[in-house]
Design a binder for this molecule. Structure first.
Ligand code: PRP
Ligand code: ADE
Length: 188
């Protein structure tokens, strides 16, 4: 049998691009009434689709020439860690409270459905670091804004914050103190 290479992801388009939205499930009224939840588990469960998404993120992030990548617990980790590997970069964890040992810097923020706090290890950023911050989804922007603040407070330049999904109707990008890009946008 000739080697025809990796199986294309379901949702691959004729021009070689990939229809990410075909792999994302919208779940009404989760985690509470009135919220339409964009579920990436369906994408992650499909190997070729997961890989295609990471390659698209790599193409998005590479031009910003990061020296390290940061991700936000927990869904952000699932995308940011493989992306760091794909780009050959080290990975910084932004975690929910009281999970990181040693000295930390923290920031409280509001969510679309609650409140939370993010923390970074105080020594995670090295002198001159350009850190791209990645999360799965941008909604109100509170989480990403907190992550950008933390990285900057820790001494990083943040040339880009990126997400796989942007909920444009919430205008979260207006709250961000860094350039922002996303792979897929939803307007409701
Ligand atoms: O733009 P925002 O309104 O701040 O919302 C976006 C954040 O909400 C979700 O995380 P969640 O806190 O639900 O945690 P999880 O990743 O652990 O599921 C999502 O993964 C983003 O981090
Ligand atoms: N609508 C939504 N779907 C998935 N994750 C989210 N995080 C915040 N809002 C969300």
């Amino acid at each position: 049998m000739p080697d025809t290479g990796p199986t294309p992801a379901r949702g691959s388009l004729a021009d070689g691009s990939f229809d990410l939205k075909a792999h994302i499930r919208a779940v009404p009224d989760f985690p509470k009434p009135g919220i339409l939840f964009y579920d990436i588990c369906t994408l992650l469960r499909d190997g070729p689709a997961f890989h295609a998404a990471i390659k698209m993120l790599a193409d998005l992030v590479r031009p910003y020439k990061p020296t390290a990548l940061a991700g936000i617990e927990s869904r952000g980790f699932v995308l940011a860690a493989p992306l760091a590997l794909e780009l050959g970069l080290g990975f910084i964890l932004l975690r929910k409270p009281r999970k990181l040992p040693g000295a930390t810097i923290g920031y409280n923020y509001a969510l679309e459905y609650g409140t939370d706090r993010l923390e970074i290890q105080a020594d995670a950023v090295k002198k001159g670091d350009r850190v791209v911050l990645l999360d799965d989804l941008l909604a109100t922007g509170g989480t990403m804004a907190a992550g950008i603040r933390l990285l900057q407070e820790a001494g990083a330049e943040v040339p880009l914050a990126a997400a796989m999904i942007e909920l444009t109707f919430l205008n979260g990008r207006a709250r961000l103190e860094a350039p922002f890009e996303a792979l897929a946008a939803y307007d409701s």
